[in-house]
Design a protein around this ligand. Structure first.
Ligand code: NAP
Length: 527
């Protein structure tokens, strides 16, 4: 993002932050948000000058007590209202996502509808939890000589502030999935979108503000600045972004000093494995090809869950490459506002440069299957403009030892396909080479193969997607994060956990072991 003196473009929209109950323009130099298709500026943000200490104070006092006075059902009703507000402004939000995110209409819907669906899911959960004040965790435990002396684990509302720091690629969904869990759990939120694509989140903040009690949601638009200097005991920081930034957060003095709960969703080298029982032409083989191609092209491959590494049995490699090449050949790349375009640009110039550097590293040790090194002439775009990289498929005969494949996430429309023997041990070992994934997938109609694979691979992925002919017709694909299933992964993926239905609330609650009269404990959790 470029920084310059704000006096020079008086007509550009300045995206204000909503902090301590008021809209704050900030001060100092301004950065420019651009349309990644045309490189034209679309809005400006201040680089700082906000009262962040005041925002934390407002959340800790006003926001926290507002939420403390509400039941789960009442907080759920608020989330339902937010989902409705998104539905009401859907077309406007789609337009903003196309202009600032390089999204096709379909990409924009994936982000925006995903946000609304997640809010609705947690609204329903709130209604189900009703008037409870505590959530039970496991069964009552006899800890005394008789059943009268009992123990019970519970989850209780945390009284601090939830700080949400999001990545550039899902300005709506990323904001909503964190917000839904924190608000339902009862924590006020200060949310910060990635600056480069903040237009959609800024609009959401405007839509949500009149619908929520004071202090419950504050939105910082622009760089984090001293945001984390204000966190204290009882607060939660939930971060989504790159592993380099994650490292900075893990060692932040205030996070270390106060043992602030930190959830990290970071890079991931997700793998897809084709089982040895399948032909590419089979129903499950077709599902595999469709999932690989969708993950390469949806949001131009800028999904944390996208398939980056693919293994297929050696005798199926040619068929798989042919099928993927054929599908990719039919995808029009260019101005995402055009109806005939299926894939737009990357979101920022930095992303384009990072992706090109990643392709160059891969190209030095792999061969091209499709797209060479990503050069493309986009449809309907002025020559030389836009942050475009075409879909790239590479192949290697040595996937296990290919460092650029297994050590660097290329956050764009790039995948590498390689042969293997078809055995589950090698498949699981390949997943492990990613050093921790958000999701990985296996496609097979052989239940014994699947059972052996899951046993060997599950410790290296937060989610395993098992593609088969029985579920092919209703599959959302591995790249879709569902509110009912956990999102997160070990190792490189950050070690975090979000969503997963009621589990998603636990990040924002304190587990407490209660000891006492068993009948009192039972009554506390509504038994
Ligand atoms: P990023 O550069 O790490 O930025 C992520 C967020 O952190 C942005 O809001 C950024 O703000 C903020 N930030 C940067 N430095 C900070 C600091 N010192 N203190 C506090 N906040 C700071 O990542 P990105 O480029 O937006 O996203 C790309 C990466 O995110 C990819 O590597 C991808 O793997 C990962 N990702 C992971 C998931 C997941 O669920 N695991 C989902 C999506 C993306 P500014 O924008 O203002 O700099």
């Amino acid at each position: 993002m470029q920084v310059r003196d704000h006096a020079k473009t008086p007509h550009m929209q300045l995206l204000a932050s909503f902090l301590a109950g008021a809209w704050s323009n900030g001060t100092g130099p301004r950065g420019k948000l651009v349309n990644p298709t045309t490189e034209e500026p679309v809005a400006e943000v201040s680089q700082g000058g906000h009262d962040l200490a005041g925002a934390f104070e407002h959340a800790r006092t006003v926001g926290s007590s507002e939420l403390a006075s509400l039941t789960f059902a009442q907080r759920g009703a608020l989330l339902g209202a937010l989902a409705k507000a998104i539905h009401g402004a859907r077309e406007e939000l789609i337009t903003l996502a196309i202009a600032n995110g390089g999204n096709t209409r379909s990409d924009a819907k994936f982000d925006i509808d995903g946000g609304a669906v997640t809010l609705s899911h947690y609204a329903e959960l709130g209604a189900k939890l009703g008037n409870a004040m505590l959530l039970g965790d496991g069964e009552p435990i006899q800890v005394g000589r008789t059943a009268r002396m009992g123990g019970q684990h519970v989850w209780a509302r945390r009284s601090g502030v939830a700080v949400h720091i999001n990545a550039f690629n899902f300005p709506a969904w990323g904001t909503c999935e964190k917000l839904a869990c924190a608000l339902l759990a009862g924590m006020p939120v200060i949310t910060k979108p990635a600056t480069a694509t903040a237009l959609v989140t800024h609009r959401l903040a405007q839509l949500f503000e009149p619908l929520l009690p004071a202090g419950v949601l504050q939105t910082l638009i622009g760089p984090a600045g001293s945001l984390l200097d204000h966190v204290g005991p009882g607060d939660v920081v939930a971060f989504t972004g790159g592993s380099g930034t994650a490292r900075t957060l893990r060692t932040h003095p205030k996070i270390v000093e106060h043992s602030v709960r930190l959830n990290i969703e970071a890079d991931s080298l997700n793998a897809a494995i084709l089982g040895r029982d399948l032909e590419i032409a089979s129903e499950t083989g077709a599902l595999f090809v469709a999932d690989v191609v969708r993950d390469m092209t949806q949001k131009s491959g800028q999904k944390c869950t996208a398939i980056r590494r693919v293994l297929v049995p050696e005798d199926k490699l040619k068929d798989a490459c042919d099928a993927i090449r054929e599908r990719l050949g039919g995808i029009a790349i260019g101005d995402p506002s055009r109806e005939d375009v299926r894939m737009g640009p990357l979101a920022t110039a930095q992303q384009r440069d990072d992706v090109r550097a990643g392709i160059a590293r891969l190209a030095a040790v792999t061969e091209s299957v499709h797209g060479g090194t990503g050069d493309v002439t986009p449809l309907g775009v002025p020559q030389g403009k836009g942050f475009f990289v075409g879909p790239v498929v590479r192949t290697t005969a040595t996937p296990m030892t290919c460092a650029p494949l297994n050590e660097h996430e290329i956050f764009g429309p790039v995948t590498t396909i390689a042969p293997y023997s078809g055995d589950t041990k090698t498949a699981a070992e390949f997943i492990a080479r990613g050093a921790g994934c958000l999701v990985s997938s296996a496609y097979s109609d052989d239940r014994d193969w699947v059972a052996s694979f899951v046993g060997a691979a599950a410790s290296w992925a937060g989610r395993l997607y098992l593609g088969s002919s029985k579920m092919a017709a209703q599959s959302p694909g591995p790249g879709t994060v569902l509110p009912s299933l956990m999102h997160g992964g070990p190792g490189r993926a950050g070690g975090g956990e979000e969503l997963g239905g009621e589990r998603g609330l636990h990040l924002y609650m304190q587990r407490c072991a209660l000891e006492g009269d068993a009948s009192v404990l039972k009554s506390l959790i509504g038994g």
